[in-house]
Design a protein around this ligand. Structure first.
Ligand SMILES: [Zn+2]
Length: 461
């Protein structure tokens, strides 16, 4: 079975994060009572005029830019005609021949996945099938979607999952979509073919509406297996729409695949072509936040380790705090160390960059020991007080004065005479022991470096 080459392309529908629908002012809020977020436009009553939601266009442009697409200054809405109860007007408004954006690409696990197109379209209504009847909820009808279509550049179910996860992150980071699969905000339809012949693609089938990562992985694996089994038996894979059953974990053939001509596409007469100003596109480009991967590269260039850079850039909150603290204090390695060792341990609490910078400054200048730095961090999270207040209240200022430290060291020697004798005779490992004792006695306030330095003088004598 291993000599088959798998070829996968993916269509994703992502719900844009707007407060109103694509062509009317109805709210997009989730979980409302059925048929309450509706009006004559999204119900598809005769004689109504759609008007385009500018925010949806902006979000679609953001997505297309983040996917490195070419944005077309002019795109055209089309009617995709088909009859189905979830589409009372008998057509869906989408973009067909002339989409918003084309020719993008993203890297997935080091391999390039080309993005064929990104276009705007409206969602259809939701059908609810009960025992002896079917009900329709129009709340979702007209919700803005973007469709993102890849070229067949994906070569395994695993890579398909990696692509989807990356896409989800991009949509989330650019605030284009919350992209929560369980809420139906991100759905995907992969197409897949297998072939043994070098350079020749097999017949592809399209798996309908998958809405969890688990379903995508299982459906693709099952479909690849089904196709290979057919070919091994000497059969022919039919071009078809495939349904996946979560119950059985298997794919099965649905209806034969429609051709584009079946939909009788034609330009939407009620909407003018969508014409975009270059300035607006540039404005959106400038407002785009850096994606996690680019961010990670930048952190690595600052000297942060790959592992730490990955963790920090992967969290929007942590990376924001990193950047803000860096603006106050140019110590990237220290800041990343505090974020990894302290901040994340407290489940990313709300703290200000200024407060974090102040703790780090006190530690670097020797005013606060690292141990007490951790304590101050904890108290800051728990009490909401500033690090400076905490240090003063608790008298945590580090003792670096050699005379003061010598006094403590001699007390410790008196308490531990046997160890002191052994230490003096050259038992080096006792140095760490005595540093620990001094730290205990000073409740973490002693400067451990200075303590070590003084201790080693005793050792020499
Ligand atoms: Zn409406």
């Amino acid at each position: 079975m291993n000599d088959y080459k798998v070829t996968i392309g993916i269509e994703v529908h992502a719900q844009l994060k707007t407060t109103t629908k694509l062509f009317c002012g109805c709210p997009t809020s989730f979980g409302e009572a059925p048929n309450t977020n509706v009006c004559p436009i999204c119900l598809g009553l005769p004689g109504v005029l759609p008007s385009l939601n500018k925010k949806a266009v902006e979000l679609a442009i953001r997505a297309a830019l983040a996917l490195n697409c070419e944005i077309h200054k002019k795109s055209i809405f089309a009617r995709k005609n088909y009859f189905y109860p979830d589409l009372p007007k008998g057509y869906q408004i989408t973009q067909y021949k002339s989409p918003l954006a084309t020719s993008g690409k993203i890297l997935v696990e080091g391999k390039e996945v080309r993005i064929k197109r990104v276009h705007l379209e409206e969602e259809s209504a939701k059908l609810i099938h009960e025992k002896d009847k079917s009900l329709i909820d129009y709340n979702r009808a007209g919700i803005p979607l973007i469709e993102i279509v890849t070229e067949p550049d994906i070569d395994s179910p695993e890579m398909a999952l990696a692509y989807l996860k990356k896409l989800q992150k991009i949509l989330e980071f650019t605030q284009v979509s919350d992209a929560i699969m369980a809420k139906g905000e991100l759905r995907c339809e992969p197409n897949v073919s297998v072939s043994k012949e070098e350079g020749k693609l097999g017949t592809r089938t399209e798996i309908k509406n998958l809405n969890s990562f688990r379903a995508v992985g299982r459906a693709l694996r099952s479909e690849v297996k089904r196709q290979i089994e057919i070919l091994e038996r000497g059969g022919i894979v039919e071009q078809a729409t495939i349904h996946y059953s979560e119950k059985t974990g298997k794919t099965r053939i649905g209806r034969a695949k429609e051709e584009a001509s079946d939909y009788r596409y034609f330009p939407e007469p009620d909407l003018p072509p969508l014409v975009l100003e270059e300035e607006w596109i540039e404005e959106i480009r400038k407002s785009l936040e850096e994606l996690p991967e680019e961010r990670m590269e930048r952190y690595k260039n600052l000297g942060v380790s790959e592992e730490e850079a990955k963790i920090i850039s992967g969290s929007k909150k942590a990376s924001k705090l990193f950047e803000e603290t860096l603006r106050i204090l140019n110590e990237p390695l220290e800041i990343s160390r505090w974020l990894i060792r302290e901040y994340r341990n407290f489940q990313e609490p709300d703290i200000s960059a200024e407060n974090l910078a102040n703790i780090i400054k006190m530690v670097l200048s020797g005013k606060l020991s690292r141990i007490n730095g951790s304590l101050v961090f904890k108290l800051m999270v728990e009490t909401g007080k500033s690090p400076i207040e905490i240090v003063e209240e608790r008298n945590l200022i580090q003792i670096s004065d050699p005379e003061a430290l010598k006094k403590v060291i001699e007390e410790v020697f008196k308490e531990q005479p046997k160890e002191f004798e052994r230490f003096k005779k050259g038992e080096k490992k006792l140095l760490g022991f005595f540093v620990g004792e001094v730290m205990k006695k000073t409740k973490g306030r002693a400067d451990p470096k200075e303590v070590s330095r003084i201790l080693s003088e005793y050792e020499k004598n």
